[in-house]
Design a protein around this ligand. Structure first.
Ligand code: UD1
Length: 420
């Protein structure tokens, strides 16, 4: 296994180009199961997760090629309908093959994804949604078995204890596009990645309205065709780079980013005193003066993204003042707290809150990545810290950040890989 080593304290400077959004591309690749035609998906990041989805599609009978950021899913018939535990258990997003398999083949057998370090992560909303469309659901030996003679449009309230669900909205939308009649998904997730999936489905011939709002309406069609589509930029990678500029007191021009997808982060950073220059598709982050502490509460889009909580904690850990971070999506998503404290941060966890008391500086230390965004927070902390930080278990980082060492290296970071 490899670890990532960072010699901290370098001000990052230069330009960086953001890759396609991981959370958009995974369900979109799954949506290619809805047609026997070829689908061409552009701007696909080369990540562990996209490669897992390629394996899943192949295991389901699809031909898949991945070259220079373009995934081509080719037309193969007689698709297998069983998504295996070995693949699904490595990546929760693989559960979103349930909707398209059910829509296209009227049957699906998909392994339950299980929990993960950031929390329990149930799939009750996914099942509620496809059940409402007429699927008969049973759980056998760790698999969800879903069958339907035909799917019928329905009214579905999809809100849960923690609000809307991104992948449940994706799954239900993908099952409903080939159902008979009209479907209304209320309390739908509004994330830009859900909108990108809807746009992909519309290009395939689906009739969808209201994507990006809490009420999505779908009129079922009999057939979907092939499509060429470019994935939206990854707002979480872009947000991480914005914080990399601030935490290192640097100057980074971030390209291929849609600032309108980062409204709350931009607002919070401006409240903290950051200077941000936006255009339609770029963000210039230049450190000007010390920031002040700002409180954040994670919420479904357009609220503050839970996927930026850990990185924001790193920034606030060296910002003077007290920051209260409240996690309302995954109340246990605080694995990074103890690792940041090992680097000299003063952070106390109180249930779903973390109380961060800004310190003057962090000091490099050996730390362990526990999940994808926690890894990003340690990376940011390491870039800012005095001395050397080594992050082990970096396969978590490889799940979501394309060429991260190269990108940071080009900005001047002293970062390299070592064998553990
Ligand atoms: C997606 C993102 C992930 C992000 C998360 C929240 C992908 C591939 N992943 O995950 O990066 O952190 O959104 O923005 O897009 N819930 C239920 N029942 C369900 C489903 C979810 O109670 O059936 C709960 C979850 O436990 C969580 C909340 O709803 O508390 C939101 O989760 P959800 O939006 O479903 O997350 P994912 O779609 O799995």
């Amino acid at each position: 296994m490899n670890k990532l080593v960072i010699e901290g304290g370098v001000k990052l400077k230069g330009e960086v180009t953001i890759s396609g959004a991981k959370n958009a591309v995974l369900p979109i690749m799954a949506a290619s199961l809805l047609t026997d035609d070829a689908c061409v998906i552009k701007g696909v990041p080369d990540l562990r997760d996209t490669n897992t989805m390629i394996k899943i599609l192949r295991s389901l009978g699809k031909g898949v090629e991945f070259d220079k950021g373009i995934v081509t899913v080719t037309a193969l018939k007689n698709t297998n309908y069983v998504a295996d535990y070995k693949l699904v258990s490595t990546m929760r997003a693989s559960f979103c093959v349930l909707g398209p398999l059910l829509g296209k083949l009227k049957k699906a057998k998909v392994s339950l994804p299980g929990g993960c370090v950031i929390g329990v992560r149930p799939v009750d909303l996914h099942l509620k949604g496809v059940r409402a469309l007429g699927a008969d659901i049973s759980i056998e030996s760790g698999y969800v078995l879903a069958k339907a003679d035909k799917l019928k449009g329905a009214y579905i309230y999809l809100g849960g204890v923690y609000g809307s669900s991104v992948l449940a909205t994706d799954n239900v939308m993908m099952a409903a596009v080939l159902a008979n009649g009209h479907t209304i998904i209320e309390a739908a997730a509004c994330e830009p990645e859900v909108v990108d999936l809807a746009e992909f489905l519309i290009k395939m011939g689906a009739k969808i309205n209201g994507q990006g709002t809490p009420i999505i309406e779908i009129e079922g069609v009999g057939h979907l065709h092939g499509v060429v589509h470019t994935i939206i930029p990854d707002r979480i990678e872009a947000g991480t780079m914005m914080l990399a500029a601030l935490i290192t007191k640097g100057d980074i021009l971030i390209k291929n980013v849609l600032p309108r997808h980062l409204g709350v982060l931009i607002d919070k950073l401006e409240e903290a005193g950051a200077n941000i220059v936006k255009s339609n598709n770029s963000i210039h982050m230049r450190y000007r003066k010390p920031l002040n502490a700002v409180n954040i509460t994670t919420l479904p889009y357009p609220g503050f993204p839970t996927d930026m909580q850990a990185q924001m904690m790193s920034l606030m850990s060296i910002t003077p003042g007290i920051t209260i971070i409240t996690e309302k999506i995954y109340p246990d998503r605080f694995m990074h707290v103890s690792e940041l404290n090992r680097m000299g941060a003063h952070i106390q966890r109180e249930g779903p809150h973390a109380i961060v008391e800004g310190v003057k500086a962090l000091s490099g230390a050996p730390v362990m990545a526990s999940d994808l965004r926690a890894s990003a927070s340690l990376l940011l902390a390491g870039l800012a810290a005095r001395g050397k930080t080594s992050i082990s278990r970096i396969y978590h980082l490889e799940r979501g950040y394309e060429n991260i060492e190269e990108k940071l290296g080009k900005l001047g970071a002293k970062i390299w890989r070592e064998k553990e």
